[in-house]
Design a protein. Structure first.
Length: 71
């Protein structure tokens, strides 16, 4: 894997993130991203592939969820 394309970090089941942005799929925190645009892009891609699931982006610093809906 190249250095410029790093793989996003998966969270442990009992880990609550303190920084970054995390995808929440059906209420379960899944994958951590460093920036909001990265997390939003991943969330939109996932939502377009599987429109039935509930996808949100969790801001770990603000402790807020933002729902994602395809445009």
């Amino acid at each position: 894997m190249s250095d410029d394309k790093k793989r996003s970090k998966n969270l442990r089941a009992n880990e609550v993130p303190r920084d970054g942005f995390v995808l929440a799929v059906d209420g379960v925190l899944k994958t951590k991203y460093e920036t909001l645009p990265e997390a939003t892009t991943a969330a939109l891609t996932l939502k377009k592939k599987f429109p039935v699931i509930h996808v949100e982006v969790f801001d770990a610093v603000a402790q807020k969820y933002s729902p994602v809906a395809p445009s």
